[in-house]
Structure formats: structure tokens, C-alpha cells
Write a protein that binds this ligand. Sequence first.
Ligand SMILES: Cc1cc2nc3c(=O)[nH]c(=O)nc-3n(C[C@H](O)[C@H](O)[C@H](O)COP(=O)(O)OP(=O)(O)OC[C@H]3O[C@@H](n4cnc5c(N)ncnc54)[C@H](O)[C@@H]3O)c2cc1C
Length: 480
Amino acid sequence: MLMQDVIIIGCGIVGAAAAFELAKYQVRVTVLEKENDVANGTTKANSAILHAGYDPLPGSLMARLNVRGVALAKKLCQKLDVPYRACGSLVLAFSPEECATLETLKARGEANGVPGLEILSGEEVRRREPNLSEKVLAALYAPTAAICSPWEYCLALAETAVRNGAELHLETEVTGIEKAGGLWLVHTNRGDFSARYLINAAGVCADAVHDMAAPHEFSIRPSRGEYYLLDKAEGRRVGCTVFQCPNQDGKGVLVSPTVHGNLIVGPNACPVVGEDTSTTAEGLAFVREKALKSVPSVAFGQSIRNFAGVRAHAAETSDFILQEKDGFVDAAGICSPGLSAAPAIAEYLVELLKNAGLTLEEKPDFFCQRRRVRFKELSPAQRAELVQENPAYGRVICRCETVTEGEILDALHGPIPPRSVDAVKRRVNAGMGRCQGGFCGPRVVEILARELGLWPEQIQQDKNGTWLLCGETKGGSAYV
Ligand SMILES: Cc1cc2nc3c(=O)[nH]c(=O)nc-3n(C[C@H](O)[C@H](O)[C@H](O)COP(=O)(O)OP(=O)(O)OC[C@H]3O[C@@H](n4cnc5c(N)ncnc54)[C@H](O)[C@@H]3O)c2cc1C
């Protein structure tokens, strides 16, 4: 068993950002993730907004790390080729009381250091966003809010960490932790690992992981948010992210463009047990009703998918829990704006490790660049050149999104190869279009089986247990 300097438990956006940050230094890092892909927890199912930072209370960790995180995200997304759009956001007010809330949010944002906040009248805001309700009295505009691809952001950070020497173990669930001979010994379903320092970035399971190593201190109260994703025909219904005034359940229902050209609508907030990501008729009806209050013309008939994500609220505090004791670091209670704050959370975690004695010597050859072929975005001449070089780019697998076999093969030979149909979707967008994989799904299964040397019956839709085909597997490898 090779001793590591740091083991990170969980590879959502927080674990991936921490691995990325640590990979800048001469530190041996291992990431343990229980699922069969990175970004397979809350990080893949959220609103995908990089919040400006007017929501969290001034002086909180959340406020500080949110504002720094969005600034870092802008540069990171550019460097790592992550879809990102600086679209800005609006918070709408429908009553005089809500107009007063806008003033509070503006003052809070200014105290947090959010630049460019502005309150617009109903007429001004409808000039910018003609599809907003006539009933909107005023709105808070935040120009620094942005949208991104959350799973590609996480994947890009994790891939860069791996390229720079971090080890990633998927399908490796931490089941126990003990301190032995001054080191942390981590038990998993795939054997033991040991390290001088641990980072608990286990999202909804962060309380359970904490309790494996230390006395109980906090409890995660999962809260589910359900969404509609609408076809690209609705993608321009609004130009920026449109919120309503926040309430006790959080930031409320939003209507927003996505970086992939769709419209996202949601979420509600419903307490659940564990990682329950089912959607419900009641939850979706609530989302629909609230969204129509902001944007009455949203055409829900264009819905192509419903999904849900689970927030990891801590029962004891509304702030992030970022703390170190005895070389064990918690990154817990990372609810919204965790995606926005992630790179700043990672910096904070590394600072905690440094204060706990971890030596941080910079790696002179840290490599921080990532580019992938996006066939759809190329000019006809560039496409022709690419197909000439490699005919696999000439075979379109996903017709809705124009994703080629060449792009899928690139992903399969990348630093964190996909193992499931949805893992391919998260890397190259195959299956993200109007038909939601109806056409390309079987072809992606075929390519995965061929390239991974498996039978098609062994390929899963997403997490372990999501089998697509039944039949008799012949055992061994299908494509030897
Ligand atoms: C409905 C909703 C909307 C949101 N909208 C936004 C938004 O617009 N903007 C924003 O900034 N934030 C938003 N958030 C919050 C954001 O999504 C989260 O803060 C962020 O994704 C948390 O990342 P994480 O890495 O902490 O958790 P996760 O992504 O859940 O990652 C934790 C990982 O740990 C793994 N794990 C758990 N237990 C173990 C174990 N025992 N062994 C090994 N691995 C383990 C899990 O499999 C998982 O992959 C939203 C959240 C929700 C639910």
C-alpha cells in the first residue's frame, strides 16, 4: 500500500477542485470516488449558475468564497475549455416588499464585493428581457453572474489533476477510516489506502464520512430540487438567468439559458432521505407554476427532460463547513453556491492543509491546458481537414448535437475514460439533444463495448446498476 500525502474522498466539483489545486504542488494525491464516474453526485444536477455573490450573508465563508470562486471560474473555464457564458442574472420583484428585498440583496452584494449591481425598473428590465411578466415591478441586475457546464467543469479539473500526477480511483467507496501509526488508514470496497491528510468532499454523505473519522459534529439534511430542461427552441426565451426573490427554501425557481443552448427551469426544495433524485408530479407542477409567474410564455410542451439534484445542507449552520482537525479536513454543507465557490473552496482547503503541516513545493512543470475537438463548432474547411486526418470524425453518431465517433474515441482515450452512456454524454454531449439519446444511445453502447472490450449487455446507462440490455453475457471480452 503506497502512502499518499493527501486522500480526497469524493470527486464532485469540490473534490476535483481540491485535487486540481493540490496538483500544482509536489504532493502525492489520491481521489477516491464511489461512483463509476466523476461529477456523478450533486455536481451533475444543479442550476449550473455561477452566482454573482449577493445572496450569502456578509462575513460568511460562503460570501467570501462565492465572490472569489466566480472570478476564478471565469479564467479556469477559459484555460480548461469548459463551456461558460457571462450572461448576468436578474432577481425579480413583484411587490413593494420584494422591491425592498432587492435593496437588501444589493447592499449585501456590495458588502460582499460584488461589482456592478444595479436595480432596474420594470420597464427597463422588460426592455432587456421582453418575455418577462408585465407584473415585474423592478429587478436586481448582476452582470458578473454566469452559466457553465458543471459536469465538464468538474471533469476538466479532475482530468488536469490526473494529467499532473493525481491518482483517481472510481467505484471505490470509503467504508471506514482509522488513525494508525500517525497516518490515516482508509478502508474501501477495493482495499485500504493510507495518507497523512484526508479531505472529506463527500457531498450529501459528508456527515457519514466525518463520523467514520471523528466524533459526530454535523448532520446533512438533503433537500431535493427538481427541474425541467427544455428544447433549444426555447433556449432564447430569456437571455440571462432570471430568479425570483429568495425565500426560506433558498434562491427560488429560476428560468435560465444553458451553455448548451437549452432553457432550464427549476428547482423546488423538498426534504428527502439520502441521494433520492426522483422527480414528482407535484414538484414539477410547483416549478412550472412559479416559472410562469416570471416568464409567462415558457412553452413547457418543449420539455425534453426532467431531473433532480440533492442539496447537502448542514442542519447546524447555513455556512459551508470548512475545518481541519488532526489532519482530517471537512468540506461539508457545500450547498449552493458550492459550484460557484469551488475553486476558492479548494484554495481554502489547501491553506488548511498547509497550516496543518503539509509542505507545498510548487511543481515547475504543472500543466494547465485542455482542449477538445467540438466538431459541431468547426468551419466546413476545418471539418474536412479533420475527417481527412481521421475518418472517425466523419461518422456522426449523435445527430441532434452533431457529435462524431472521433470525439467519442478521444474521450475514451482521455485521462478519465467514460464507462457508461451518460459518461460519454457528459464528455461530448452525445444524447443531449432533442431525442435524448433515442437515436445515438445504441450506437454509443456499441462503441463503448468495442473499445472497452465488453459485451453490450455489460454497458450501463449511468451509475452502477443501470443496465440497458438483458441477455446472456458470454463471459470474458467481447472484442478480443
Ligand atoms: C437543486 C440544486 C441547485 C443548485 N444550483 C447551484 C447553482 O446554480 N450554482 C451553484 O454554485 N451551486 C448550485 N448548487 C450547489 C452545487 O451543485 C453543490 O454545491 C456542488 O455540486 C457540491 O459539490 P460536492 O463536490 O461537494 O458534492 P458532490 O457533487 O455530491 O460530490 C460528492 C462526491 O462524493 C462521493 N462520495 C460520497 N460518499 C463517498 C464515499 N463514502 N466514498 C467515496 N466517494 C463518496 C459521491 O459519489 C459524489 O461524487 C445546487 C445544488 C442543487 C442540489
